[in-house]
Design a protein around this ligand. Sequence first.
Ligand code: GLN
Length: 481
Amino acid sequence: GGLLTDRAIRRRLLNTAASDSNIFNYRLPTENETNRKGPLAAWTVSIKDNICTNDMPTTCSSKMLESYTSPFEATTVRLLREAGANIMGKTNCDEFGMGSMNLDSAFGPVHNPRVPNGQPPRVAGGSSGGAAASVAAKHCRVAIGSDTGGSIRLPAAYCGVYGFKPSYGLISRWGLVSYADSLDTIGIIASRHDEVKETFDVLSQYDDRDPTSISQDVRNKAEKVAGEALQGIGKSGNLNGLCIGVPQQFFAKEVHPRVMPSVRKTLSTLKQLGVEIVPVNLPNIKYALSAYYVLASAEASSNLARYDGIRFGHRSDELESAEEVQGRNSTKFAKHIAKTRSEGFGKEVKKRILLGTYSLTSELFDNYFLQAQRVRQLVRKDLDRAFCLNNVMESTQMESRTGVHAILHPSAVDIAPLVSEAKERGVETYTQDLLTVPASLAGLPSISVPAGRAEGMPVGITISTQWGCEPILWRILQNIG
Ligand code: GLN
């Protein structure tokens, strides 16, 4: 079919489907195919608009890529189609994945579909806000999003659905538009945990097109670590023998008391299933958020350098002579690139480019970028020490170790903020990511689970485990349902 690169046509198409919540940037008419084959046969799946599809544009919700359609498809999209899934639309997000509220999109904010009728709008969370909302509003069965510092887990918590970020390197990033490569992951949102697992089983594959994709050999090692740990658990059908840590640092003063009843309820359910709950100490977590924003912005400033209006994307229409176009008049050419970028990028993206460029300048590099890398190592070590499971990515493997199988904490510091209030906030918005960035810095698998309500809005709790030990998460979820 023809491409819907014109905004007006797209909008008209969207009027037929939840345009009030602004969930989709593009949406294909729903196919009713029953003859599909594969583990995900005829599952409807939405794709975040920073993941490449060749039958719909990939805009990253940016004016910069408003009319960009990729000539290739992301590995994830290919695997989904091969498994029989029906790719039905591209979901709205914060521009290039930068944000926690989905307020910073060239196509406007996504509204949370879980807000009770007649109440003022709340944010869906970001940056995968459209993805979480597309599942919560039942437009599709599964949503594929990206999570760099919490962009799947946070909106999933706000919208009352499951949001899963896999171990770094297990799901191919080929075809995901880079934000901060060392942190970027593609993940899964669904309203049931078994759907998350089944989708993960399809997507977790070695891919030689992604240089950070994990080899089969290392995958097998991690599977063995998780498998051996699970052997000692639940001999009598429950979770006897499992140990879950509650890190005190995740109950910071920023966490609103109204999310606590949901956490306590989950902990008591787990106790009844025979789980041992222990406090754990992760002293360096308090530096995680600052380190994350230094590293993510630095990588973003470098990644976004490619949007210069020359090869693809938005181009300011001011170039006049061939001399200018070919860059032979360098002053004019530089001005033109600056104009293109000023027009194409939104406010938040510009802020990140400035922050990132600043911290990478030679005088500041040691104090910002390197320091943040050190903090990242410390956060990793804290988490490694907490687990009784070996990290197969480390060279030293211990024979036996004490510690927990997983850690548990609230997914977010509060329920979804009101749109009116969220718009007023500045860098304060960054505290929304306080509880999600540690797992990102350490590359750990982490899932936000719907766990109750406060003020009528969903509350999520998060469970994370050692790198590559996803089976531990699935086992816990099977039992708490
Ligand atoms: N809110 C965080 C940021 O803006 C996380 C975004 C993400 O995970 N893509 O960087």
